[in-house]
Design a protein around this ligand. Structure first.
Ligand code: PLP
Length: 492
C-alpha cells in the first residue's frame, strides 16, 4: 500500500506508511491518503465479526490496520494494538462498547469512544500513535521532539500516549489560565521527564503561532528533530477507521444480525465535528464497504462544515469569527482534514485540490462547489448531511437525554444528539451518535444544564489534588527555543 498527497501531480513519488508516519503535511502542502481504499466484502465483514467476538478490539484493529500498512509485520501490528487498546488505560475491556438509549423515541445508540485515559475520543488515535512512534523510532534508531499547542483535549491525549517513551519528548504549549481545572490537572500532573508542559502568556492562537515559528526555523527543526501529532496525521485517521468497523459490527450483533445478511443492515452515524478528522474516518470506512448509510456532520455555532454541506461553499473563518462555545473542542475556523474528503469527492484530482486549497482559499478565503455534479450527488454518493447546535440546544439535550434514558452526555456529544434528532425522520435507522468526550471533562456546562456535578469516574477521582508541574513562558519564540534546548534530551 502506497500513499499519495491530496495535491499530487503525476510526477510526485508515492510513499510508504512508515515514511509518512513521522511526517505532517506532504512536501506539496497536501495531506496523505492511501492510493486506494481496501474493499471489505460481506465475507470479510463476517470474518472481522468473528475476530472481534473471539479476540476483541485490539485484534480487530490489527486486522484493519494491516489492510493499510504493509511495511510492519502482522505479528508486530498485533503486539502494537494489544498494547494500545487495553485495560486499565481504557475503562471497558470492549474498548468501544455501544449502548442503545431507552425511550429516545427513535432507534438511537451511542458508541462510547471516550473510555480512554483522558476521557475524549482522541485517545483512540493517540494511544495507537504512541505505540507506532516508539516502534518506528526504535527501528530507525531515531528520536523525536513533539512540539504542540493545545486548548485541552489534544494535548492531554498526546501526553498520556507518549509519556515515558524512549526517544520521544513532548513540549506542549497551553494558554495560561484558559483551560478548565480538570484539563489543567490532567496535563500538569504528569511528572514524567519527557513531558514539558508550558503555560504561555497568551491565547491558543498565540501558542499555535509559536509552534509555527519554531517549525519555520529549518535548522532548529532539524537539530531538535521537531515533529507533530496534529489531526492531519494519517495514522490517527486510520486508527479511527477501526472504531467505525467495530461500531457497525457491535450494533448489528446487538440487533441479532450476525449472519451474512447483516450487510443489508445499514447504520447511520452522527459525528460531533471540528477538524473533520473523526467523520473523515467514517467516510473512509464507508468507502471501504462498511455498511454505513448517512454520515451526519454535527457542528456547533462554528458552522464552517455545515455551511459547506448545505450550500457547497467552503468559507474559512478568521480568528475573530471563531466563537468560544460550550463545546470548545469543536471551535475551529477551518477544518484541517476536510481537504481529504474534497480530494475523494473530486475524483482524486490533485491539481484541482491544489488550486482550491492552495490558491483559492488564500486568495479569496472561500471556494464554491455548489455548481458541480459531485456536490449535487453529495448524499447519494457520499452519504453526507449536516446540522448545527446552539448552547441552549446542547443544554436542553443534556437534560432531555438524562430524563429519557438516564444517560448523561457531555456538551460535544449533546451536539451530536441534537443534530441526530433533527435528522431522525430522514435517516436509515438505527442511528449511532459517536460519544467524543465524557461529562466529567466539561463539568461546568453539565452543572449549567442539570444543576449537578457529573459523576467522576474512579480513575479520575483524585486528579485535581495531585502535584502539578508546568513552566511559564512569555509569548516569545526565542524563549521557547531556549526552553527546548534546556529541557529536551536528545537520544541516540
Ligand atoms: C477533537 C474533538 C472533536 C472534534 O473532532 P474532529 O476530528 O476535529 O472533527 C469533537 N469533540 C471532542 C470532545 C473533541 O475532543
Amino acid at each position: 500500500m502506497h500513499y499519495i498527497s491530496t495535491r499530487q501531480t503525476p510526477a510526485t513519488p508515492s510513499r510508504t506508511f512508515s515514511d509518512i508516519l513521522l511526517e505532517g503535511l506532504a512536501p506539496d502542502g497536501g495531506l496523505y491518503l492511501p492510493e486506494d481504499y481496501p474493499q471489505l466484502s460481506a465475507a470479510d465483514l463476517a470474518d472481522l465479526r468473528v475476530t472481534l467476538d473471539n479476540e476483541g478490539y485490539a485484534a480487530l484493529a490489527a486486522r484493519v490496520l494491516a489492510l493499510f500498512i504493509d511495511d510492519i509485520p502482522a505479528a508486530d501490528l498485533q503486539a502494537i494494538t494489544a498494547r494500545a487498546y487495553t485495560t486499565p488505560a481504557f475503562s471497558d475491556p470492549q474498548i468501544v462498547p455501544v449502548t442503545r438509549l431507552d425511550n429516545a423515541g427513535v432507534d438511537l445508540w451511542i458508541a462510547h469512544l471516550s473510555n480512554g485515559p483522558t476521557a475524549a475520543f482522541k485517545d483512540m488515535a493517540m494511544q495507537l500513535l504512541g505505540e507506532l512512534f516508539e516502534y518506528e523510532l526504535g527501528r530507525r534508531g531515531d528520536w523525536l521532539t513533539i512540539v504542540g499547542a493545545t486548548s485541552g483535549d489534544t494535548g492531554s491525549a498526546a501526553e498520556y500516549a507518549l509519556r515515558g517513551r524512549p526517544g520521544l519528548s513532548v513540549v506542549m504549549l497551553t494558554p495560561a489560565g484558559r483551560m478548565t481545572a480538570f484539563q489543567r490537572a490532567q496535563m500538569f500532573s504528569l511528572l514524567d521527564d519527557n513531558i514539558v508542559n508550558v503555560a504561555v502568556d497568551g491565547v491558543f492562537d498565540d501558542c499555535q503561532d509559536l509552534v509555527k515559528a519554531v517549525n519555520m526555523d529549518a535548522d532548529f527543526k532539524a537539530a531538535w528533530h521537531i515533529g507533530a501529532v496534529n489531526s492531519i496525521n494519517w495514522a490517527r485517521l486510520v486508527a479511527q477507521v477501526v472504531y467505525y468497523v467495530a461500531t457497525w459490527l457491535r450494533v448489528t450483533t446487538a440487533r441479532g444480525l450476525a449472519g451474512g445478511d447483516a450487510v443489508d443492515a445499514r447504520v447511520s452515524v452522527v459525528v460531533p465535528s471540528g477538524n473533520f478528522g473523526n467523520v473523515c474516518a467514517a467516510h473512509i470506512a464507508r468507502s471501504m464497504g462498511v455498511p454505513l448509510d448517512t454520515l451526519v456532520v454535527a457542528t456547533n455555532e462554528n458552522d464552517v462544515l455545515d455551511e459547506f454541506f448545505r450550500t457547497g461553499v467552503y468559507r474559512v473563518r478568521t480568528g475573530d469569527q471563531t466563537l468560544a462555545t460550550s463545546s470548545p473542542s469543536m471551535d475551529i475556523s477551518k477544518a484541517s482534514n476536510f481537504e481529504r474528503f474534497v480530494f475523494d469527492m473530486l475524483g482524486r484530482d490533485g491539481q484541482r485540490v491544489a488550486e482550491l486549497f492552495g490558491k483559492a482559499l488564500e486568495r479569496d478565503g472561500y471556494f464554491d462547489l455548489s455548481d458541480t455534479p459531485e456536490f449535487a450527488q453529495m448524499r447519494s454518493a457520499y452519504g453526507f448531511v449536516s446540522g448545527t447546535s446552539s448552547h441552549a440546544a446542547r443544554l436542553e439535550e443534556i437534560r432531555r437525554t438524562e430524563d429519557e434514558s438516564g444517560y448523561l452526555v457531555d456538551p460535544h456529544t449533546a451536539d451530536g444528539m441534537h443534530v441526530a434528532r433533527q435528522w431522525a425522520s430522514e435517516l436509515e435507522m438505527p442511528v449511532v451518535v459517536m460519544e467524543t468526550a465524557l461529562p466529567v471533562k466539561f463539568a461546568e456546562t453539565v452543572v449549567e444544564a442539570t444543576g449537578r456535578l457529573p459523576q467522576v469516574p474512579e480513575r479520575f477521582a483524585d486528579i485535581e489534588g495531585r502535584p502539578q508541574k508546568v513552566e511559564s513562558l512569555g509569548n516569545d519564540v526565542e524563549a521557547l527555543k531556549a526552553l527546548i534546548e534546556e529541557r529536551v534530551r536528545p537520544v541516540n
